[in-house]
Design a protein around this ligand. Structure first.
Ligand SMILES: O=C(O)C1=C[C@@H](OP(=O)(O)O)[C@@H](O)[C@H](O)C1
Ligand SMILES: C=C(OP(=O)(O)O)C(=O)O
Length: 451
């Protein structure tokens, strides 16, 4: 793992997707991004060796590896395995240089939690997209634990420096927005804090941090009360021990070949080994409601998480209303769902999308602009998106999409171009490497025409 330049600093490379024949074949998507970041972070902290197979080798995760190495962990690829030799809980070293997280919200926010309660200074930087994203959501609970924030850009943005207290104070923190990153940052901060750190989560979000902390031997318990609110309690300063991790395929990456197979007529594609954790399957649930042909084959356990192979055949989709409470279970999949909705009969309404505005781009605006540029009928509200579809893709395409340094906007609109009447061009495909470096090759292997 070596230091590298950010995809956002590379020369923008346009890409165009166009209609060709049906998509067919079997594919594997890279490892889950959320689990990959956490494998490196917890493996780098735990005592002993963590062996990881299936790690996502996207830029975001490589940045997390660089950060953990800068704080004393060893992170090496040997054959197909990543070997992480951790420092032991409580023993991270002060990084000599700023930690550059590139485009990665998850890597930077979780690392702020992990190091915030250490009595040392750590500086966080990122690319233009990451430097626009709000960090106050993580800094606020860290301040309550005694962490000082030095030199933050206006609005609690990066670049910023954290200085931890001599001894951090445990807190009980109710997460004010549905965010697994905020929940995780507080829990990771609790690892180097005496006593019990509690996170109260009114709306459940992806639970990989809780599951993995348990797997590494942390004392953590989760209780769901009568109102459905989750109370997560972590005993600080315990021992974490290295373990073996198999990272399942990322459902947020599988979303792209999946939607492509649904909207390109005659397609029949199988995507193997996709994570089926119920906090991640909102897109599949929604597409099934729209009439999609998706078979979940060979559901099985893979190292503590359920996986399945998805057989997807092109389908006549119908518009649906996606309820706001589903948003945390498919938060990164709305742009590609909006593309699927363009090919469905009738109207698709998506509610509760406020969090889309603070991703790598304002995804609600970016998706709406891209759809409009390609002849789709859509309406953007404060936290809603309505799309009226055109079965068969008639009149769709022909536009240039601005991607705003956002990998998911880039991949979503390339998928649109595979089924639209006219080709779709994106202004920059470089950011795809942050989460799915194999995307263009994998889609070509299924028969897609993207150049
Ligand atoms: O915890 C995680 O691994 C993630 C949480 C989500 O972000 P938020 O916590 O901001 O919703 C998601 O969008 C991101 O891609 C990964
Ligand atoms: C929101 C995303 O990532 P992050 O917050 O880690 O940048 C994403 O991958 O869609």
């Amino acid at each position: 793992m070596s230091r590298h330049s950010t995809a956002s600093q590379a020369t923008p490379s346009q890409a165009t997707a166009r209609r060709a024949g049906p998509l067919s074949g079997t594919a594997r998507v890279p490892g889950d991004k959320s689990i990959s970041h956490r494998s490196i972070l917890l493996g780098g902290l735990a005592a002993g060796e963590t062996r990881v197979t299936g790690l996502l080798e996207g830029e975001d995760v490589m940045r997390t590896g660089d950060a953990m190495r800068a704080m004393g962990a060893r992170v090496d690829k040997i054959g197909d395995e990543w070997i992480v030799r951790g420092v032991g809980n409580g023993c991270l070293l002060e990084a000599a240089e700023p930690l550059d997280f590139g485009n990665a919200g998850t890597g930077s926010r979780l690392t702020m939690g992990l190091v915030g309660t250490y009595h040392m200074k750590t500086t966080f930087t990122g690319d233009a997209s990451l430097s626009r994203r709000p960090m106050g959501r993580v800094l606020d609970p860290l301040r309550l634990m005694g962490v000082q924030v030095l030199d933050a850009a206006p609005g609690d943005r990066m670049p910023l420096t954290l200085e931890g207290p001599r001894i951090a104070a445990p807190i009980s923190y109710r997460v004010p927005m549905a965010s697994a990153q905020v929940k995780s940052a507080v829990l990771l901060a609790g690892l180097n804090t005496p006593g019990v750190t509690t996170v109260i989560e009114p709306v459940m979000t992806r639970d990989h941090t809780e599951l993995m902390l348990k797997g590494f031997g942390a004392e953590i318990e989760v209780e769901t009360d009568a109102e459905g609110v989750r109370h997560i309690r972590l005993q600080g300063q315990g021992t974490l021990s290295g373990r073996t991790i198999q990272v399942p395929g990322d459902p947020s990456s599988a979303a792209f070949p999946l939607v492509a197979a649904l909207i390109v007529p005659g397609s029949d594609v199988t995507i193997e080994n996709v994570l089926m954790n119920r906090t991640r399957t909102g897109l599949i649930d929604t597409l099934l409601e729209m009439g999609a042909s998706i078979e979940l084959l060979d559901r099985r356990d893979a190292g503590g998480e359920e996986v399945a192979d998805l057989r997807v055949r092109s389908s006549e989709l119908k518009g649906v209303t996606v309820p706001p409470e589903r948003a945390p279970f498919m938060i990164d999949e709305y742009p590609v769902l909006a593309v699927a909705a363009c090919f469905a009969e009738g109207e698709t309404r998506m509610d509760g999308l406020e969090e889309l505005r603070v991703k790598e781009s304002d995804r609600l605006a970016a998706a709406a602009r891209g759809l409009e540029a390609n002849g789709a009928d859509c309406e953007e509200g404060k936290d809603t998106l309505v799309v009226r579809g055109r079965p068969g893709g008639k009149g769709l395409g022909g536009g240039m999409v601005e991607t705003y340094l956002d990998h998911r906007i880039a991949m979503s609109f390339l998928v649109m171009g595979l089924a639209a009447e006219k080709p779709v061009t994106i202004d920059d495909s470089a950011m795809i490497a942050t989460s799915f470096p194999e995307f263009l090759d994998m889609m070509a292997g299924l028969g897609a025409e993207i150049d």
